[in-house]
Design a protein around this ligand. Sequence first.
Ligand SMILES: [Zn+2]
Length: 310
Amino acid sequence: MMPPSFDIIAAEALIRGSVFAVLLAGFALAERRWPRRGRTRKLERRRRWVANLGLALADTLVLRLVFPAAAVGAALVAEASGAGLFAAIGLPAWATVPAGFVLLDLAVWAQHLVMHRVPVLWRLHRIHHLDMALDVTSGLRFHPVEILLSMAWKIAVIWLLGVPAIAVLAFEVALNAASLFNHADLNLGATVDRRLARLIATPDWHRVHHSAVRRETDSNYAFFFTLWDRLFGTARPVPAAGHDAMVIGLDDTAAARDGRAGPAALLLRPFMAPPAGASTVNPHKAAAGLPAAPGSDPGTPAQPLRPGGG
Ligand SMILES: [Zn+2]
């Protein structure tokens, strides 16, 4: 097994860093020019930006510390070893790049669904959904432990399949770009947004996922291809209240307080006792007749996901 090439890893950091900086600035400018909702008050916006950018900084530091070579480094090791399902089934080399990209997207979709359904993981992912408005910085608002778990999961999938490093690099850039794009408060025009959402997650598509109505929070898990939501019956193209009137955030009494928390408090939140009124009970489990944890409130009545719906 050859050690990963550090030149490619350095290039990976540079490519990802530059694409990220350009897109962050570009979407932030575009949001001002073509806002979709654009009515966050200045004070609220400043508070959200401190939280979101603070978490982004913590994520970057923790990730570089634990996985310095990141997913691309893992792919280089896998490539050198020649292991993985793609090699085992004799998939032609040209096909491993698109297959790797699509299957990594499916893996991230499945991970997102699991973050919503497993209560201990929801504690981590809840930090992301506590944002009370959406803009490009919401795409950076993740708890570092969720980021670490996500990286470990991606590396496992890369090794299992034997995804080539170039496909991993393309996927990581696309995933970053998609997260900034689909959280942006960007008005593409209803028709363009709807047509684009047939293929990839758009701002309107992903906004439904940030609805405070729990059955809407538990839909539209896609970060990139919306195909997975259509295929597995979790697609919900339009929020019940409409895009203008819908409430962003979580429907629990603790969310109003936690949504105003700074980055340090948000980092600690998942490890503390669930606040009274926090939506820590998974509505699907509640529906299956499992007892609710003391002091918790499922918020909205449990409802199964609407089948089909695409
Ligand atoms: Zn989510």
